[in-house]
Design a protein around this ligand. Sequence first.
Ligand SMILES: NC(=O)c1ccc[n+]([C@@H]2O[C@H](COP(=O)([O-])OP(=O)(O)OC[C@H]3O[C@@H](n4cnc5c(N)ncnc54)[C@H](O)[C@@H]3O)[C@@H](O)[C@H]2O)c1
Ligand SMILES: O=P(O)(O)OC[C@H](O)CO
Length: 325
Amino acid sequence: MRIGVIGGGAWGTALAQVAAAAGDPVTLWAREHDVVASINREHENRQFLPNIPLSAAIRATESLADLVACDALLVVVPAQHLRAVLSETPVDTRPLVLCAKGIEAGTVALMSEIAHSVHPRAPIAVLSGPTFAAEVARGLPTAVTLACADENIGRALAERLAQPTFRPYASDDVAGAEIGGAVKNVLAIACGVVAGAGLGENARAALIARGFAEMVRYGVARGGRAETLSGLSGLGDLVLTCSSVASRNFSLGVGLGKGESAESLLADRASVAEGAFTAPVLAQSAKALEIAMPVVEAVCALLSGESKVDAVVAALMSRPLGREG
Ligand SMILES: NC(=O)c1ccc[n+]([C@@H]2O[C@H](COP(=O)([O-])OP(=O)(O)OC[C@H]3O[C@@H](n4cnc5c(N)ncnc54)[C@H](O)[C@@H]3O)[C@@H](O)[C@H]2O)c1
Ligand SMILES: O=P(O)(O)OC[C@H](O)CO
């Protein structure tokens, strides 16, 4: 199975490295000329994944038409650009493995819903889990959820992508797998705020647990299963990004917690902190579904500048006492 990767950011490049680990040729589409040149000439993605030697089996291209020779496509462009890029990609009946973590603004569509609306004949899979790109590209071990409604296609993809340091677990819960990744980005911002404002380790642990409750409520309401959200693509990724400054979302939260504005923190950023875009969309969707997501709402208030950290913490702590579960 020849793999093509759409998106030459850190994660697309790391996934190309996984797919090329056994020396199999991989085609990687990137929109930046300099990224394509640096991968092809130096075997390095200087802009998005610097100082990590890449397999010579990865060939980068600026032309989406070059992906026609591939049997399956890993789609790794940021969530808000997925629809536009997929609309320009020749796909037909080839499997699309969606790897972005977000919800589309305006439509509140999940990544699988966008892919299905643009390419209705393509089988859809979701790859998600605790995966800092640099660690994966360096060959450090991790495990991911690989969800696909078609068991045979899911198994073939898992067998093609599995490596001694990269272990996919199969699932048929596409919605559950993608919602975990989208929601954890917003919760990682919240945990970064706790760290930046010096609110303590107890607060962070409490936030992870209550944030996870929000993730499960929302995920189940959109057709996912609680067991998927308790797995690698939900709880696994939540624990990772809520506890490390290597997470762009957590780092954004640290800045907010120190009193910096989201506008200044996000200005001129080349890398993407998906949670900043997902938060207002998620809050809007949760409201429409009548699901309480107070932690997500708090992140929205901080991102928009509507509230300060002290006020947000006071509001969260003074909510009416409730039952757990
Ligand atoms: N970096 C990671 O460790 C990691 C791990 C798992 C999942 N992800 C997810 O993968 C997705 C891609 O993130 P990344 O880390 O590879 O990106 P990145 O932050 O490394 O790079 C930004 C990417 O956005 C692309 N981009 C910017 N403007 C664009 C536009 N108008 N149209 C299309 N593309 C545009 C750039 O070309 C580049 O590929 C995100 O949804 C992210 O949450 C990232
Ligand atoms: O750096 P972040 O916060 O975008 O997290 C990257 C990955 O999603 C971790 O699994």
